[in-house]
Structure formats: structure tokens, C-alpha cells
Design a protein around this ligand. Structure first.
Ligand SMILES: Nc1nc2c(ncn2[C@@H]2O[C@H](COP(=O)(O)OP(=O)(O)OP(=O)(O)O)[C@@H](O)[C@H]2O)c(=O)[nH]1
Ligand SMILES: [K+]
Ligand SMILES: [Mg+2]
Length: 385
């Protein structure tokens, strides 16, 4: 059966019927219930929390293993960051990965050609990036269809996800893949919600918000908390447009926040007018893996999304070593992080560091301590005791 037929047979009703099917198709629940009166907020909050609890077992099953891994799926991690390729079968993941890394990964027009994780490496601006080609997934993947669960479990551990789409297929595929990943606790292009839930011994529920609550009300918050048996807690909401999904995410705590790029492949097969439309899709890069079109842009966007910080070392009296940067991640790029990446003893032996580059106050170099935050392409000299 082709993907198209399979999908049309599986289509859910557009209108929420408030049955158990609803539970599995949350967007319908929220659309429908959001239009109803306030009494339903409580019901909605409860449903979302219930659903999240149901799914928890999937993300970290009691048997261990995070629902994923498995033979052929866990591969040795190399490089300074990893990019996982996720998409429906035959969208061109292996074509792209093979050409990008020079590593062979089987390509064919037959669906499910790739059966396990195939790793490769590409060097971008001097930094080795691991690319993980993965088997194709289908709708229902995170419920255990095909090898979807293992695939998504690998994607969960990546620093960036490429959602590869075939521009000749309906763009609805984008939504389907997104929701498969979301069902597995992956949040794409989103930062953790600025919401805090602090459990206490007594005093009931106290809600503080520093922003207007536009997408959640007190009833909904209370319903979520009660579903988690939290009857005494301080809830602080600083997240603009916070939803009950955000609140559930914070309470569940096992969510991962990963940047994603939508790789719109096979543009060699469409018209220029259609290409104009594709450029309007946020976080997307149109490419042709086969004809090697726009891959430069893809690599640049990959680099930006990974937010890596290259730091060059400078031994005393010598010029900096520009050939092998120490690669750090934004948010974890202090002089201390730099030292620890080289060797765990270095930070202890350091008297001070001298930094040249955009993080330094002056061009002649700045004397700094371990907590100084470095910028991409800085040069560092460590002076030992
Ligand atoms: N026209 C066109 N065809 C492409 C392009 N990239 C890949 N293909 C073709 O699409 C088919 C599937 O390519 P694969 O690389 O095997 O796709 P995949 O996503 O790895 O497939 P699975 O491993 O089965 O999930 C092959 O026939 C490729 O030649 C492209 O940019 N343009
Ligand atoms: K294929
Ligand atoms: Mg493949």
C-alpha cells in the first residue's frame, strides 16, 4: 500500500467527538474545548495531564532503554555535535547523508532501504559533525509502528534534527513527523517554558504570573496539578502565552528541546514558482540532494543552528593553532569549559588566561579567569601556576 493510501485511510475526524479517540488526537481536543465555556478548562487540563502520564512509559519505559536504542541503532558518538535525519521513507535522507559525508549509505527508490543508524562525519568550519542517517518513519511511529520508536529515540539524543521532506509529497507530512517527535517528548525549535512548579507541604496552590495568562486559566492549572496529586505548590509563570501543555512539560520534566531544520528535498523536480512558496516555510531549506543544489546554504544553516563556539589555543611565544579548534557549545563556553575539554587537570593548574577575539575587551588581549565566557573564534592562552 502506498503512503498516500495508508494516510488517507488513517485520517481522523476533523471535529472532536469527545471519545477516547480524542485522547490520542489532542489537537482536536484543544481546538474543540477551547471554544467551550470555562467549566471545560478543568476537563481539558485533566485530559492533557492524563495523556502525558500515559505517554511517560513510552519515553522512559520502566524496563529502561528510553524506548529506543536497540541493535544497530546505538552507534558510537564521534565529533563535537550530532545531526539526526528524520523523515518518511524515500525522501532522500541517505542520498543527502552519503554525499555530505562521503560515507556509503544504501540509496534506492524502494521504501525502507535504510534499516539501522548509519553514521558519517562532515567537517564544518573545522569542527567534525556527526551525521546520523536513520530509517524512514511512518505515521504512528511513536506508538511502535515500524522501527519508528528506535528512530525517534536516536533523534532524541541529537543536537540538531533535520526533518527531511520530499517536496513532491504533501506538506502535511511535516505536521505528522512533528507530532510523532512531540509524542516522544521532543520539543522542536522551542526553549524550555519559563514556568516553575515548587512543591510544598501545606498552603494549597498559589499561582503567580508575571505575564498575562492568555492560553491557560487558574482552573486548568489546578486541574493539571490535581492530576499529578499536587495539592500544595507554588506555580510561577513567566512564559508569555503559556499553555497547559507547557505546564505538563515542566511537571513531567523529561522533555528535550532540540533545534530542527526542515530540509525540503528534491527541488530539482519542481517549478521556480513552487520554489518561491517553499521559501516561506519557517526554519526550512530547499535543496536537491541528487543534483547537489543549495547544499552550501544547508551547511551554513546547520552551523548556525548548532551554535558551536570554536576556540583556538595559543601556546606561550607561539602563534595560535588554527588547525584544530576546541569546540564548545553556546551556554557552556567559559574558560573553565575550555580547560575541561582539553584535560580535567588544566583548570586546577591555571593561574590566569589571556583571551583575544570578540569576547575580549581589548585587541591586545584580556587577562581573564575561569568564569569568562568565550565567543566563536576566540584565541586563548592558559598561564599555569
Ligand atoms: N529527484 C530527486 N530524487 C532524489 C533526490 N534525493 C533522493 N532522490 C531519490 O529518492 C529515492 C530515495 O532516496 P533515498 O536516499 O534512498 O531515500 P531515504 O529517505 O534514505 O529512504 P529510506 O532509507 O527508505 O527511508 C532514490 O531513488 C533517490 O535517487 C533529489 O534531490 N531529487
Ligand atoms: K529508499
Ligand atoms: Mg535511507
Amino acid at each position: 500500500m502506498s503512503i498516500a493510501t495508508r494516510k488517507s485511510r488513517m485520517r481522523w475526524p476533523e471535529v472532536c467527538l469527545c471519545t477516547t479517540a480524542c485522547l490520542l488526537h489532542l489537537p482536536n481536543v484543544s481546538n474543540h474545548l477551547a471554544q467551550k465555556n470555562k467549566a471545560t478548562s478543568y476537563h481539558l487540563g485533566q485530559l492533557k495531564a492524563k495523556l502525558a502520564k500515559l505517554r511517560r512509559e513510552l519515553i522512559s519505559p520502566s524496563g529502561g532503554g528510553g524506548g529506543g536504542g536497540g541493535i544497530g541503532f546505538d552507534v558510537a558518538r564521534t565529533g563535537v555535535a550530532s545531526v539526526g535525519f528524520v523523515g518518511f521513507p524515500s525522501v532522500g535522507k541517505s542520498t543527502l547523508m552519503s554525499k555530505l559525508t562521503g560515507t556509503h549509505s544504501e540509496v534506492s527508490e524502494i521504501d525502507f532501504t535504510t534499516l539501522t543508524t548509519v553514521p558519517g562525519t562532515v567537517k564544518v568550519h573545522g569542527a567534525p559533525i556527526q551525521i546520523l542517517d536513520l530509517p524512514g518513519i511512518i505515521e504512528g511511529a511513536n506508538d511502535g509502528r515500524g522501527r519508528g520508536r528506535q528512530v525517534i529515540a536516536v533523534a532524541r539524543t541529537c543536537n540538531l534534527i533535520f526533518i527531511v521532506l520530499d517536496v513532491l509529497k504533501p506538506l502535511g507530512d511535516k505536521k505528522t513527523i512533528q507530532s510523532e517527535l512531540e509524542g516522544f517528548g521532543i520539543r522542536l525549535n522551542k526553549r524550555p517554558p519559563a514556568v516553575m512548579v515548587r512543591k510544598k507541604d501545606k498552603g494549597g496552590i498559589a499561582i503567580t504570573n508575571t505575564v498575562p495568562l492568555t492560553n491557560i486559566d487558574h482552573d486548568e492549572i489546578k486541574a493539571v496539578l490535581s492530576e499529578y496529586k499536587l495539592s500544595n505548590a507554588d506555580v510561577t509563570i513567566r512564559e508569555p502565552n503559556c499553555t497547559s501543555d507547557d505546564l505538563v512539560d515542566v511537571i513531567e520534566g523529561n522533555r528535550v528541546y532540540i533545534p530542527a531544520l526542515y530540509v525540503l528535498n528534491k527541488i530539482d523536480a519542481i517549478s521556480i514558482e513552487e520554489l518561491d512558496l517553499l521559501y516561506k516555510i519557517p526554519n526550512s531549506v530547499p535543496v536537491s540532494s541528487k543534483e547537489w543544489m543549495n547544499i552550501d546554504e544547508l551547511i551554513e544553516r546547520m552551523w548556525e543552528a548548532l551554535q558551536l563556539v570554536r576556540v583556538y589555543t595559543k601556546p606561550r611565544g607561539q602563534s595560535p593553532d588554527y588547525s584544530t579548534p576546541v569546540v564548545l557549545r553556546r551556554g557552556r563556553c567559559t574558560v573553565d569549559d575550555f580547560c575541561n575539554t582539553i584535560h580535567k587537570e588544566i583548570a586546577k593548574q591555571m593561574k590566569y588566561a589571556i583571551v583575544w577575539g570578540s569576547s575580549a575587551k581589548h585587541a591586545r588581549g584580556q587577562k581573564v579567569g575561569l568564569d569568562h565566557v568565550l565567543e566563536d573564534e576566540d584565541v586563548v592562552h592558559i598561564s599555569k601556576r
